[in-house]
Design a protein around this ligand. Structure first.
Ligand SMILES: Nc1ccn([C@@H]2O[C@H](COP(=O)(O)OP(=O)(O)OP(=O)(O)O)[C@@H](O)[C@H]2O)c(=O)n1
Ligand SMILES: C[C@](O)(CO)[C@H](O)COP(=O)(O)O
Length: 248
């Protein structure tokens, strides 16, 4: 368990980037697709490297692309002097994260797990997550209120039949979660070890299943996940605005 302390705990970021991006459509693996002329995973590495807390970034690459990803990171070095490492990923996000965790040196105490598919997360959000873990929370998740009303459904009567609605959860109690999700390393390692066979959609879910507390901090609209083609249009627009405003 992380303790409040004088010496800052060494913090590493693990970036699962081994997905194909099926929902984005045909092309290169999603993390290697261009955003503003630069591969998406380079944006994600930059975003994590800009955070003051992070001193090591582990990129979990599509297994066939490890050498290409190493080459990309040589071509686009991070803005701060952080250590970089590239390892091959697995068949699911959960497996990729587990392989990334296995590559961490022993002295890392705090781990941030960040989707390559959330390339535009602001550094302040990353630092807020890391600070909350360093202050003693075992698992910290950035989140935003849900803006749509959400329906719960049951299985349809048959293929092509309409989905029956069985409930409308109270929206004020729902949150949409983002990454980086931050963890005390021992807590995250235990959660992955206990549920090694699963296919969880996020790491905090594994910690919850173990019965350990998970807390939320405010997320950021620009930390959205590039999942479908329209998300890429939005990401290009956000990047263009940043470049205009900040010379980013
Ligand atoms: N086997 C996998 C699957 C996903 N991811 C990573 O997990 C993050 C979140 O996943 P998602 O956005 O769902 O990416 P994909 O799995 O690539 O998307 P899709 O489901 O559309 O194929 C991404 O950065 C993705 O590269 C991974 O490292 N290994
Ligand atoms: C981890 C995550 O980004 C939190 O919102 C999300 O669960 C990833 O899900 P996906 O199905 O892999 O897109």
């Amino acid at each position: 368990m992380t303790q409040p302390q004088d010496r800052p705990a060494r913090t590493a970021a693990v970036i699962p980037a081994a997905g194909r991006g099926v929902r984005l459509g045909p092309g290169l693996p999603k993390a290697m697709r261009q955003l503003g002329g630069t591969p998406m995973l380079v944006h994600a590495v930059r975003a994590m490297s800009r955070a003051h807390a992070v001193s090591l970034v582990v990129v979990v690459a599509p297994p066939a692309e490890v050498a290409t990803v190493r080459g990309l990171l040589d071509e686009y070095p991070p803005p701060r002097d952080v250590e970089l490492c590239v390892v091959p990923g697995g068949a699911t996000r959960q497996e990729s994260v587990r392989l990334g965790l296995a590559a961490l040196p022993e002295d890392v105490e705090v781990v941030l797990v960040h989707d390559a598919a959330r390339p535009l997360v602001p550094a302040d959000t990353v630092d807020a997550v890391a600070a909350a873990v360093r202050a003693g929370a075992p698992a910290v998740v950035p989140a935003l209120p849900v803006t749509d009303t959400v329906k719960q459904i049951a299985a349809p009567a048959g293929k092509g039949e309409p989905e029956p609605v069985v409930g409308t959860p109270d929206r004020s109690l729902l949150r949409a979660v983002q990454t980086p999700q931050g963890f005390d390393r021992a807590t995250l390692a235990a959660a992955h070890a206990r549920h090694a066979e699963g296919d969880a959609t996020d790491d905090a879910g594994l910690v919850e299943r173990m019965g350990a507390p998970v807390v939320l901090v405010p997320g950021h609209e620009e930390a959205f996940k590039v999942t479908r083609p329209l998300d890429l249009v939005l990401a290009e627009a956000v990047l263009a605005r940043r470049r205009l405003n900040d010379g980013f």
